[in-house]
Design a protein around this ligand. Structure first.
Ligand code: BTN
Length: 241
């Protein structure tokens, strides 16, 4: 990552969609950042929406030239969520990753990550890393998990620009380390929410208790139930808490 090229658009449909719409243009290159105050249709994982009060939070998408095999695409999610963890730590907040990439403070969600990959010649050529980080918002709709923000946690107002700078530099550092072949797994597992603890899950409309033991290379959740160890795709399992 040489440098960021930051484009601010006050109001748009979704920063990820906007970045993706530029993919055949000269603007679409590593380091392109689309930032917005407000998204009309912010997208979350599993087809959910991402709601954020106008001008209160960080909403951005960063283009990364991934050039990795499709089987390694979960690495980009790990890089993105760990960079949010690093940024929050710098600001004085300890956080965890609820698989695959929800960022929680205790059990309240402070940030979400959505990665859209551009596949070319059987490779992930580019990734659009979308991050929504709650900064100064104080009121949230009832939502599961409950939401929180930096202001709710630290009882002070933050400059969005400062948080954005911290986040982008954390992301840059994580990308550099990854390209220098540093492993991400130790840190990812270290901050993985409920790892090695009994949790309640739902899969195929059946509720059961299990223990998260890790994540496969492809990003599937490894859950131990009794004598069995299974792994699950995001669409097949839900953690209940
Ligand atoms: C989730 O937790 O479900 C992921 C939420 C990701 C939200 C961000 S906000 C910036 C970017 N643009 C989008 O439309 N979504 C992501």
């Amino acid at each position: 990552m040489d440098k960021y090229n930051i484009i601010k658009i006050h109001d748009l449909v979704s920063t990820n969609d906007y970045a993706l719409s530029l993919r055949s243009s000269e603007f679409f290159h590593e380091g392109l950042v689309i930032v917005s105050d407000f998204q009309q249709k912010g997208r979350g994982q599993r087809g959910a929406s991402w709601e954020s009060e106008r001008g209160k939070n960080l909403i951005l998408s960063v283009v990364i030239e991934s050039r990795i095999s499709i089987s390694k695409q979960f690495d980009i999610s790990k890089i993105a969520s760990l960079s949010v963890i690093d940024c929050l730590f710098k600001l004085g907040v300890d956080s965890n990753i609820k698989w695959p990439n929800d960022i929680l403070v205790r059990s309240n969600k402070i940030a979400g990550v959505l990665v859209d990959n551009v596949i070319s010649q059987d490779q992930v050529a580019y990734s659009v890393v979308g991050i929504g980080l709650n900064v100064n918002q104080l009121n949230f709709d009832t939502y599961n998990p409950l939401a929180t923000s930096l202001k709710l946690e630290l009882k002070k107002h933050f400059s969005l620009e400062q948080v954005q700078n911290y986040l982008l530099s954390s992301l840059e550092n994580r990308i550099k380390s990854y390209r220098n072949k540093e492993v991400l797994d130790v840190k990812y597992l270290d901050v993985l929410f409920q790892k090695d603890k009994v949790s309640c899950f739902e899969a195929n409309s059946i509720k059961f208790n299990g223990i998260i033991r890790g994540v496969t290379e492809r990003g599937r959740l490894i859950v131990e139930t009794g004598d069995l160890i299974n792994n699950f795709d995001l669409k097949d399992i839900k953690m209940l808490f």
